[in-house]
Design a binder for this molecule. Structure first.
Ligand code: PLP
Length: 376
């Protein structure tokens, strides 16, 4: 199998799995139990939180453990909006966000009467600061713009956006940084909330977090016990939370090395793709190297995905969370690409594990598929 779908999820790394197994067997007590065993688990869970906070240069109480990035995004959007609606009911989001953001704001609009402004994307695949400033209103309470787009790899100027929003309003800035962790410098300290997920960085599925600046009010979305300061009730998933710090630390330690490898893979793939007629590369040159989006203009996304799959190659068309929906990329459309490009897109996503031989096999297979469909 040739796996080129690392933006969907990654294989678990050995060190994380070993640590997890050990914790799972040894520290199974409830972190809220008052006995010795429970106190020990709680201590490890809080130690992990403190280590994560240190890696992000924030405070431990600013880290909320969640089960996935989608949940973190729900907390950032619904949790924040519902707790702060007395300050205003206007929210700004970019039009390229993950479905967890888009569905959250749609629910806030439909069910709770919030007003939503969607920011346009430009040809460079980015949100521009001027558009954010134009969209700001007196009643804007929240601006959410992702750092790296999960379909194209385009990078948004989050630091500049956050500075502009903070200088001109009282609105809070959230950024979905899921695809950026372990792959580039993170402007965590510039924003008020940020979302991360472990399974995108060779960690466990069911493990994620939301960074939220101290003193921001969030409405608990799971009302139950005292866990996570009453923000998210239910018995803590202590083993996954305990190994999250190690997962993030390893990803950050190896970041420079991974970037260097993936840059070579990306450049090689781009060059090979550009030599094939009917292929249009959609990710701009300045997108980050871990994602490369292209359209094969003679074969629709779904047919292409199935044909590649038959050759043992795993790729995506758009975000995996939309894979069962209509096969048109809302991100490419928002970038100004036409319907043909948006319905014929393929997303390759690379890793430090990706080899040149895998890319050669992918290119060879792609050419065979194009030839086969051209003669039909
Ligand atoms: N945000 C972005 C940018 C993503 O790419 C994804 C996953 O594809 C998510 C959020 C959701 O992540 P999770 O699977 O942890 O809910």
């Amino acid at each position: 199998m040739v796996y080129l779908d690392y933006a969907s999820t990654t294989p678990i790394r050995k060190e994380v799995l070993e640590a997890y197994e050990k914790v799972l067997h040894t520290y199974y007590a409830n972190a809220d139990s008052l006995h010795q065993a429970g106190r020990k688990v709680n201590m490890l869970l809080e130690q992990s939180r403190a280590n994560i906070a240190q890696l992000f240069h924030v405070q431990p109480e600013e880290i909320l453990y969640t089960s996935c990035a989608s949940e973190s995004n729900n907390y950032a959007l619904k949790g924040f909006a519902l707790a702060n609606q007395n300050r205003g009911r206007h929210i700004i989001v970019s039009s390229e966000e993950h479905s967890s953001i888009r569905s959250s704001v749609e629910q806030l609009k439909e069910v709770f009467g919030f007003d939503i402004t969607y920011l346009p994307l430009h040809e460079d695949g980015r949100v521009h600061v001027e558009d954010v400033l134009c969209a700001l209103r007196k009643d804007t309470i929240l601006v959410s713009v992702m750092l790296v787009n999960n379909e194209t790899g385009c990078i948004n100027p989050i630091k500049e956006i956050a500075e502009a929003v903070h200088a001109h309003s009282r609105a809070v800035v959230h950024s979905d940084m899921v695809q950026a962790l372990g792959k580039m410098e993170l402007p965590v300290s510039s924003v008020d909330m940020a979302t991360f997920s472990a399974h995108k960085i060779y960690g466990l599925k069911g493990s994620a977090l939301l960074y939220h600046r101290k003193n921001l009010r969030l409405l608990p979305l799971i009302s139950a016990g005292q866990q996570e300061w009453g923000l998210r009730g239910g018995t803590s998933n202590a083993p996954t939370e305990i190994v999250l710090a190690k997962t993030i630390r390893l990803a950050l330690e190896e970041q420079a090395q991974h970037i260097a490898h993936v840059q070579k893979i990306n450049a090689y793939t781009r060059e090979k793709l550009s030599a094939i007629p009917d292929i249009a590369v959609n990710s701009p040159e300045d997108a980050y190297p871990f994602i490369l989006n292209f359209s094969c203009l003679c074969i629709g996304s779904e047919i292409m995905l199935n044909a590649l799959d038959a050759k043992g190659i795993c790729v995506s068309a758009q975000s995996t969370c939309n894979s069962k929906g209509k096969a048109i990329s809302h991100v490419l459309l928002a970038m100004g690409k036409d319907e043909l490009h948006a319905t014929h897109a393929v997303r390759l996503s690379f890793s430090h594990l990706t080899s040149i031989e895998e890319i050669d096999y992918f290119i060879k297979s792609l050419k065979e598929i194009i030839e086969e469909y051209a003669t039909r």
